[in-house]
Ligand binder design. Structure first.
Ligand code: SF4
Ligand code: SF4
Length: 295
């Protein structure tokens, strides 16, 4: 069983649309489980028009709680909190959105009045995406600990893949270079980095390349909307060439991709013979070839 993760340094470059179409293509040949680890803004189910089967509360965060029967109002806890999560003058009030659950306040409280408890901060959703199962995490608004939720999504996707004897887990990872990206790529067999030919996307691509290479995971680059700016296209290719990375595919700008998203369908299903769909088939073949080369 192989785990392929698709990430992007920059948001809005078409990553989820690409993952949705790749899933459809691969599911014709392999048993595929999809995972959406973009837990701040999961939308793969929308691109696929998938149906929710099951939803579970996830407690992947810890917060401080004060027992006011014990509290004497000394405010030592307020002084020690580096996250400014405790306010008040003679009665401490914890701001749950900023509390990181670090526990420093519990160590300094003279009355043992503070307890760290796990709290529900997200959902684990299972979707029926036709002949694929989609495991997706969704962090509640204002919550942190997204890396822990990503871990939970990945473990569940692996379990579902084992149960169904799937040959592939295809993961729609988050944008950026933070904790959820690291949690998403850890343990992957191959990472495809989606970018577009703009200076901002190239800048972010270089940053996410550093993260993936740190974990020594083989990677390739996907140039989406490849024809929107020839100079930046050349700059991305130069970066790839200079660093020994392959360009797996160039997907031209195609308004059918946007139309497909508007209709809640992957472009490969909605408009299978358009330039974007043909390029996505090439991408699927190139990615499969790279996976087959792995030992
Ligand atoms: S657990 Fe940490 S972040 Fe939360 S209130 Fe206590 S010291 Fe502040
Ligand atoms: S340190 Fe303990 S006793 Fe003092 S204000 Fe905070 S919770 Fe109350």
């Amino acid at each position: 069983m192989r785990e392929i993760v698709i990430v992007s340094g920059k948001g809005g470059v078409g990553k989820s649309s690409i993952v949705a179409s790749l899933g459809i293509i691969y599911a014709q040949e392999y048993k595929v489980v999809l995972a959406d680890t973009d837990v701040d803004a999961p939308n793969l189910h929308l691109v696929l028009g998938a149906k929710l089967k099951n939803s579970e509360n996830i407690a992947a965060s810890s917060k401080a709680f004060i027992d006011y029967d014990k509290c004497i109002g000394c405010m030592t806890c307020k002084d020690i909190c580096k996250f400014s999560s405790i306010i008040g003058v003679d009665k401490p009030i914890i701001i749950p959105y900023s509390c990181e659950g670090c526990g420093a306040c519990t160590l300094t409280c003279p009355e043992d009045a503070i307890e760290i408890k796990e709290v529900v901060n997200g959902q684990l959703n299972i979707f029926d995406a036709g002949n694929m199962l989609l495991v997706a995490g969704e962090l509640h608004i204002g919550e942190s600990s997204s890396g822990r939720l990503v871990d939970i999504v990945k473990k569940r996707a692996r379990q579902e893949a084992k149960n169904s004897q799937a040959e592939m887990i295809l993961t729609d990872g988050p944008p950026g270079i933070g904790c959820p990206v690291i949690a998403s790529v850890k343990g992957a067999d191959y990472v495809a980095l989606v970018t577009e030919p703009t200076p901002a996307a190239l800048h972010d691509l270089k940053r996410v390349v550093e993260v993936v290479t740190h974990f020594r995971i083989p990677l390739g680059i996907v140039l989406n909307r490849s024809d929107i700016h020839p100079e930046s296209n050349a700059a991305v290719k130069k970066f790839a060439h200079d660093n020994g990375f392959s360009i797996l595919a160039e997907i031209p700008y195609d308004k059918n991709m946007t139309m497909a998203v508007a209709h809640g369908r992957p472009v490969i299903s909605a408009y299978p013979e358009t330039p974007a769909s043909l390029a996505l088939k090439n991408l699927a073949a190139a990615l499969a070839a790279r996976i087959n080369e792995l030992s």
